[in-house]
Design a binder for this molecule. Structure first.
Ligand code: BDR
Ligand code: CA
Length: 316
């Protein structure tokens, strides 16, 4: 069975990504590695522990990753992240803290060990900055050939960014790490804003979770309503909130949910468009394409899978 690692900056859509993974019988979630972004590292780790408990899966270990990008020595949560995900990352909804601690093994070592243990069975899904996977690839470059797949949420090729016209938030937090991953030769699929801004959730769906009458259903509905409300202010034209991180999990479970183009990608790391994801023109004619970028998504099928899986999980 496919083994899954989620690498999360546990905000609202990361939390929905956990629920999607736990609701998917085709995969075993063997661990969550924590990163920073929507919240600080420690808050994200706390959220991941509490959410896996609440969703009935305390067996999922949570590993602490690196606390900031490879090019800075500190990290502060942006005001916009607090507005979109809440100060605690989960829509300012309060849920019981877990009495579990994070695992003692550092996230970077866990990723390397998992690649060596599970090889092609392993799918790694980063839905925050790529800092942990870049560090793992630097430490053990051979894992690029050992790991099964990487399905990352980040970037924007055919649409504007969500930080500014050219930068998507996850790439923006650590462009150098993302560029390292993109050029590493690892088999990665980019799930960017190109597709994730097509997969939208509304109050109609969150009401179905609330109507379940369970703690998990109430949590998912309250948390996601906060996120939808933020989108009403920042992106009223969309008519819902973007299911960025859950789509990456959806593709990890079922790659046929998206259409992809093989290409060699890089990230602009110098100059005024630092953080922009683009095609690598030094490898334009290279027949070996190591990455794929999602350019189309079967929206109705994804939304159906998303709702069916998460609703079934939240019933209990
Ligand atoms: C990405 O940025 C974060 O705010 C979300 O959790 C998602 O991973 C979308 O650009
Ligand atoms: Ca995220």
């Amino acid at each position: 069975m496919t083994k899954l690692i989620l690498d999360l900056d546990t905000g609202v859509d990361d939390a929905l990504a956990i629920a999607y993974a736990l609701g998917s019988p085709e995969v075993e979630l063997i661990g969550i590695t924590g990163t920073y972004g929507n919240v600080l590292l420690d808050q994200g780790v706390r959220n991941a522990l509490a959410i896996t408990d609440l969703l009935g899966h305390p067996e999922v270990g949570v590993y602490k990753g690196l606390p900031h990008s490879s090019t800075t020595d500190s990290f502060e949560v942006l005001e916009i992240s607090k507005f979109i995900h809440g100060a605690n990352g989960i829509g300012d909804v309060s849920i019981p803290d877990s009495n579990r601690e994070p695992q003692s093994e550092p996230a970077v070592d866990f990723i390397i060990d998992a690649a060596k243990t599970y090889g092609k069975e392993l799918v790694y899904v980063p839905t925050g900055p790529m800092t942990n996977i870049a560090a793992a690839l630097r430490k053990a470059p051979e894992i690029k050939d050992e790991i099964g797949r990487i399905v990352l949420m980040g970037g924007a090729l055919t649409v504007c960014g969500n930080v500014n016209a050219w930068e998507e938030a996850n790439i923006s937090q650590d462009p150098d790490a993302a560029d390292y991953l993109f050029r590493s030769g690892a088999p990665a699929t980019m799930i960017g804003l190109d597709v994730t801004l097509q997969t939208l959730l509304t109050y109609r769906e969150t009401r179905q979770w609330r109507d379940l009458g369970t703690k998990a259903g109430a949590f998912l509905a309250d948390m996601t309503d906060f996120y939808i409300k933020a989108y009403e202010t920042t992106s009223p034209h969309l008519g819902g909130c973007g299911l960025h991180d859950p789509l990456a999990v959806g593709v990890a479970v079922d790659p046929t949910l998206v259409d992809t183009l093989p290409m060699n990608l890089k990230v602009d790391v110098d100059g005024p468009t630092r953080g922009r994801t683009i095609g690598d023109n030094t490898r334009l004619n290279d027949p070996v394409k190591t990455m794929k970028a999602a350019v189309g998504v079967d929206v109705p099928r994804f939304l159906h899978e998303f709702m069916t899986r998460i609703t079934a999980l939240a019933k209990h």
